[in-house]
Design a protein around this ligand. Structure first.
Ligand code: F0G
Length: 458
């Protein structure tokens, strides 16, 4: 493979504070072995999330200076609205401060009565929480390959059409206010959805008179995978592919903190005039006037510019290539990861990497601590700390289905040598993995415990 080069030069730098292993031993102990308690200054490579962590371009920063902060009728909104309309083709563009605000407004408006069902390939946590908040059940209907970490199926984010049909028939179409699809499928490993599947899901939803919406956070990464992997798309531009993806849907929720290449922002795109009016009314109540929606004018400029840059093929080749490169390095040394590498992150299968640590001693947590100790890297456990539950009767732990550690790659932030540094940390952890020990809670909150839990080494 030709060496992957960054398709950008570095004009501004943010120093990384180097720490020693001895310092990190002290810091992680003080943080009760929970990486959420660490100060970002004490982290060398932060792979906690790809959300809101992108590096902005010179053109985005220049746009920020041109932000129009008028309360109503801001020209920054006009630019933003035009860019999003050209990209998506939706009739109504409603800015929000981030993705979950768009979700809250959409589900509050589209769910007319409690007791229904909203299907998705896999709901992201905030999407699920916002669906459930309306008294609606959130169903995850990804294809079976999506549950198999070893399967190399090219579109593991696809919806299972049989399961979707059964779900709609069981609930009754009148109780399904919307069908959603998450591109790429973050909670399923950042795996893409094929154009063919989007079309088929749209056809099925519409045959029952149900609207179809995208959770479009990582639409450009999904479009790049379609170009690489789906027949008939190799010669199309990313913009054409993205436009086609959006054209099959009746609207979308979007977090511009991902493929908007911005540090904050989001939007709701809608075709239906009545639904859009309802959403705008709620927006005024919770976010702000429809020409800024919880954002500053300068943020709208940064997003408008970011949505253009994210479609550049050189950028996406590097972006997807960098994540794949990390995945390949780990695979070569025998570290089990979710295959194939997703668009924005590598998910290490900690249960098979550390088979001597039982799931009730949290192998994923053990690996995140070890990555920090070894090299100052912060990943995030997506396993039984995050998704395990206590049996309400007996109080014993019910483990999550998978024990993963997500290494999310921020956009345009880290160079290839940073990625080599991460891979190198795994070489050394791999050599001494049998000595790694598990963890137990010394404090856990009754809900969302991963954020505030305190641990002790077993
Ligand atoms: N949908 C998906 C698929 C997401 O990945 C996220 C956020 C959201 C919605 C919510 O957007 O954060 O702007 O409110 N994912 C981040 C992550 C937090 O780390 O994966 P938001």
């Amino acid at each position: 493979m030709n060496p992957l080069i960054e398709p950008f030069k570095i004009k501004v730098v943010e120093p990384i504070k180097m720490t020693t292993r001895a310092q990190r031993e002290r810091l992680i102990k003080k943080a009760y072995y929970n990486l959420f308690f660490l100060h970002s200054n004490d982290i060398m490579i932060d792979m906690l999330t790809d959300s809101g962590t992108s590096a902005m371009s010179d053109a985005q920063w220049a746009g920020i200076m041109g932000g129009d902060e008028a309360y109503a009728g801001s020209r920054s909104f006009e630019r933003f609205e035009q860019v999003v309309k050209d990209l998506t083709g939706y009739r109504h563009i409603i800015p929000t401060h981030q993705g979950r605000a768009a979700e809250k407004i959409l589900f509050s408006s589209i769910v007319k009565k409690a007791g229904g069902v909203i299907p998705n390939n896999t709901h992201f946590d905030t999407t699920r929480a916002n669906v459930e908040y309306t008294g609606t059940t959130a169903e995850d209907l990804v294809i079976d390959e999506g549950h198999d970490p070893a399967s190399t199926y090219p579109f593991k984010g696809n919806m299972d059409l049989k399961k979707l049909k059964a779900c709609i028939e069981k609930a009754g179409p009148e109780n399904v206010p919307v069908v959603m699809m998450t591109v790429t499928n973050n909670s399923g490993g950042g795996q893409p959805v094929s154009m063919e599947n989007l079309r088929a899901v749209r056809d099925m939803a519409h045959s029952y008179g149900i609207p179809f919406f995208l959770d479009a956070c990582r639409f450009a990464e999904n479009a790049y995978f379609i170009k690489q992997r789906e027949k008939g798309y190799a010669d199309k531009t990313i913009r054409e592919i993205a436009h086609e993806m959006f054209s099959y849907s009746d609207g979308c929720t979007m977090s511009a903190k991902k493929d908007g290449l911005a540090n904050i922002g989001g939007f709701l795109g809608i075709n239906d005039d009545v639904l859009a009016q309802d959403c705008r009314n709620l927006l005024i109540l919770t976010e702000g006037f429809p020409t800024y929606g919880g954002l500053a004018g300068r943020d709208l400029e940064a997003i408008a510019q970011g949505l253009d840059e994210v479609l550049e093929e050189d950028y996406l080749r590097f972006r997807i290539g960098q994540v794949a490169y990390l995945g390949d390095q780990l695979t070569k040394m025998g570290v089990p990861i979710m295959q194939p590498p997703g668009g924005h992150a590598i998910y290490v299968d900690a249960k098979s990497f550390l088979p001597h640590i039982p799931v009730n001693q949290f192998p994923g947590q053990a690996l995140t601590v070890e990555l920090y100790l070894e090299a100052g890297i912060r990943g995030v456990e997506i396993g039984s700390v995050m998704f395990g539950k206590k049996d309400p009767e007996t109080g014993t732990e019910i483990p999550a289905a998978l024990e993963l550690v997500r290494l999310a790659v921020p956009r345009r932030v880290y160079t290839q040598s940073h990625i080599d540094y991460v891979a190198d940390a795994f070489v050394r952890i791999n050599e001494r993995k049998k000595t790694i020990r598990g963890y137990k809670f010394v404090y856990e909150a009754p809900f969302l415990r991963h954020f505030t839990a305190r641990f002790e080494r077993v």
